[in-house]
Every structure is written in structure tokens, then in C-alpha cells.
Design a binder for this molecule. Sequence first.
Ligand code: ADP
Ligand code: MG
Length: 592
Amino acid sequence: MIELLPENVANQIAAGEVIQRPSSAVKELLENAVDARSTKIQLIVKDAGKSLVQVIDNGFGMNASDAEKCFKKHATSKIKSADDLFNISSKGFRGEALSSIAAIAHVELKTRTPEDDIGTQVIMEGNQLVKKETIACPIGTSFAMKNLFFNVPARRNFLKSDNVETKHIIDEFQRVAMAHHDIHFTMHHNEHLLFDLPSANRKQRILSIFGKKYNERLVPIEETTSISKIHGFVVKPEFAKRTRGEQFIFVNNRFIKNSSINHAINVSFKDLISKEHFPSYFLFIEVPTNTIDVNIHPTKTEIKFEDERAIYTMIKSCVRNSLGKYNVAPTLDFETESSFNLPPIEQGKTITPPSIKVNPNYNPFHKETKGYVEENLDLIQQNFQKEFDHSNHNDYAENFSSFGSVSSPHFLSYKNRYVVTTQENGLLLIDLFRAHQQIKFEELKANYSNVNIITQKLLHPLEVDLSSGDIQLCVELKEEFLKLGVEIDQFGKDSVVIHSFPTTSTSIDARAFIESCLESFKHENTHFEHPYEKIAWGIAESYAYSRLNKLKNEEINHLMESLFSLASPKFNVKGLPILSEIDENEISKMFK
Ligand code: ADP
Ligand code: MG
């Protein structure tokens, strides 16, 4: 029953591993241009790469014979034997990029070496040579890839919207441009010049990609040992973002992903940024080529280090040192600023929280027809009277700010952060921020797409500067934002502006809001049923945060009522607890 796949099918399958989307071709073509020792490389893209990806370089070109041979499977000039695999200094070596591209697109190559007076043009369609002739052309190489996946419509259908694909292309372009700061790079998309990056030093290159504002945000990193050299920059903790955006690791000028190095940096930033923030970094690691293995993945974005532990330790200590040296650590007051991570207790004061055991099977809210508060109003009131009437003047009670008019149920707020109340057989502790966010989230969801949605024009539109990839994503999501009452627009080359917001609150942290929305779009997560819910969650978060510490007693009472009329008030949409119960047994144990 076994049959061998026809060659063209096998080729297409193999090609799919290397070229998954237009941006993969961008990466491969740019890297080939770098390997050709070019000093200027131009990237030209049309329709997010779906109709054209072209790379023009001024490198050493190819002669007439190589111009045809380069499209063959395993055709490479970069290694000769398996031994060379452990001494790789070029970007490419697998000899499969051009054959893959030729298998699934129309390719037009024009190339000339400095030694030749005349160049060669080669046209390939689905691995077939369609044309080869001599032509006049400048020294260097131009690859134009047209009609990607013309013969694999299923793959074409898997491509995302133009904005998403363009973002991927920009990401690849930036990575290569960052690794090779001494090369002049330009990028055009649909005739617009998106980037013009003349040869520069590393720092200037980063600034010209991410904006001049990074000048004061970067802390230099530098460390040399016998096994490696590490240099680059980390972004000061106070500029940490709520999106994983700017995390770049390069090993021997190759962009790579490595969770261990990422972990080392996260550890160095521990206590300097909140849990919701991610450190940003641009790290360049240089190691002898024979101490790494690049050949473990077709896209070469993962590598194996001979001594990963040593690299880990070294990065941890040198990042930590630099943060200390530049005096970043002690001046930080991150928790009170731009952070949603709420300090549970005043700083400097240590309080050991009681350990709370929750019976997972017990659900006081199983009755959905009637809200919890309505059902238990009397009980809550009686219990409150009994338990707290006589304790108003002791030390214990002073930690709580008591409020609530006689007629309302009794909810005590602790530091405007938690609410305490009683239930039939114990105490309930409610996380006020989480409750508020979940309630707002449900409200926004219910109003999605409602034309009468209450939105508030902002007196002063909020401007947020973003990377071009993030701007693309905002533009892409514009309609969804609007359906939830957020009016957002691109503003200039590197920022967006928010004109209106679905609340009356004036103190929205626009940057935190945008970053947290984008972050949830960049990473698959299963909490949300619909994409718009990610935006709603971001709005709810910003709203709850802007009202933090400002809630009046009546508002808290009102919030608690809303909470207990939710279908499931115990957990938020992400599965984190909104409330905790301390049952009678736990309480009596405390007094043994
Ligand atoms: P690899 O880069 O792994 O060697 P590719 O399929 O990307 O494999 O390229 C095949 C070969 O074509 C390269 O080894 C190189 O000799 C040649 N080549 C590709 N692009 C260029 C270019 N821009 N300039 C000069 N030679 C090139
Ligand atoms: Mg290559």
C-alpha cells in the first residue's frame, strides 16, 4: 500500500517547513544578501508579501552557472562537508531556501558578479526553469518572489490578513537589520518607504528602528569572558512594557529564541518590575562558532549551546550588575506607578496573609436564579451585627475601615483593596480590583456592537508611541475597538491616538491599556471565546485600575451586588479567584 510521493508534492511539503508565510521568504532572502557581503540591501514588499517580496543587494552576486544552480535542492556555497556544520559563520548553510521558494512561487533572479560585465536573468515557476538569459544589470543580486503559494492554494488560505502578515515581515526585517547595523537597509511596502536605516553603530540602529526616545531608556550591558562576549542593552525597568514586544537575543548576529536566556533576564529583573510586565532587551552574544549547534531547526531560530549553564549564569550576573551600576534598582518605585500590579499591603510593612483552604466542591452560588446578596441579605446583616458590633473599638478592628449604611449589607473594605463580608458558615474575602474588572468585562461584552454604547470623547486625545508592528496590529483591530467604544487611529509614523473611551473616567493609562490589549492578541490564550473579549478585558482592566482607591462606599456596595448577581462570581474569566472563603473550622482553628 506504500507509494512514494511524486517529487513535486514532496518538494512542496519540504518547502512548507522553510517558507511558512511571506515573512519566512523575507528572512531567507535578506540573510542571503547579508551572506553575499552586501553593504546595501533593499526590501520591497507588495500586498503584505502575497504578491511580491523582492530583495536587492550589492553583494558579490553569482555567475551564470550558479544563477541556475542555486535553485537546486541542497545547493549551497557555504558548507562543503558535515564537519563544517560545527563551524558556521554564515546565516545560511542548509541550501534549501531558494529551492523551497522556487517550489511554491514564481521567482525572478537577476545577478552579476564584479568580475563579469554582463549579468544573468533566471525565471523559475514551481521549480521549473522558464527562462535563462544574459542581461545588463548592476553588480549584486535581485530576487523577486511573486505569487507565493500559487500552486498550494490551501497554504495561501492559511495566510492571515495583510496587516498581520506585514507585521511578521517587519519583525523579520528589524531582526536582520538589528543584527547587521553596519549594512544600509531600506524597506518599502506598497510604494511607501517604511524604513531607511543607513549604516550606524548598534545603539543608533536600535534608536532608528524603535525611536529616539529609547536613548534614555537603554542601559548598556557588557561582559567578556573566555567563552563568550555579551553586549547590548536592557531597557530600564520603569519602561518595561505589558507586552513581550522588545525581546531580542542574537547569537553571533543571528536572531534566536531561547527560553533559558530569557529566563536569566527575567530573574535579573525580578523585584524591579511587576508580574504583568516584561523586560525589554537587545542582547548580542558572541561565542566561538564551534561551541553552538545551529542546525536543530529548519528556520535556524533555535540553537544549542555547548555550555548553556555558563551562558545562563553569565547573563544573569551581567544584567543584574548593569542594572545596579546604572543605579536603576534603588530609585525604582514601580509598584506605585504605571503598574496594575497592586501592592497588597503598604510598602515596608510585612503582614503574613492567613493561609486559606478552600473546599473546591462547595459552591455557595449554585442557585443561579437569585443573586447571592438578595438571598443572603438578611443573614449577612445579622451575622455582621453579631460579629462586629462589639469589636469596633479593639485593635483588630482598626485595620479595617468599616462603612455601609444601616440599611445596606455590610461589606468592609480593607485598604480599598479587599472586601470582607460574612456568609452563613464563614467569612468571604473579595478582591475588589478583580471583582471590578470582571463586572466591567461582563458589561462591555453585553454591550458589544451596541450602537448606543456609551463612549466618552476625550478632551485631550491620548497619544501612545508604538513599534510599527504594534501600530499595524492596532490598525487591524480598529473596527473591533470601535465596537466596544474605543476610537483609535494611527497618528504619524510611530504612534496611535485614542479619541474616545467607553467610560467616564479621565485617568486612563492609555499606554498600559494598549499594551495589555496587544499582548493578549500576540499570544494565543484560551480564556477568551471571541477576539473582541481580549479588548474588553483590557478596557475593564484600565477602568478598574483608574477607579482604584477612589471607590466610595456606596459604589463598593453596588459593585458587590453586581458581583453576586454574576453567573459565576468566584472566578474571573482567566480562572483567577475573585473571592476566597474562610470557613468556620478554619476560623476556630486560628484560636486554638
Ligand atoms: P544557503 O543560504 O543555505 O546556502 P540558499 O538556498 O539560501 O541556501 O542559497 C543557495 C546559494 O545561492 C547560496 O549558498 C549562495 O551561494 C547563492 N546565493 C543565494 N542568494 C545569493 C545572493 N543574494 N548573492 C549571492 N549568492 C547568493
Ligand atoms: Mg540562504
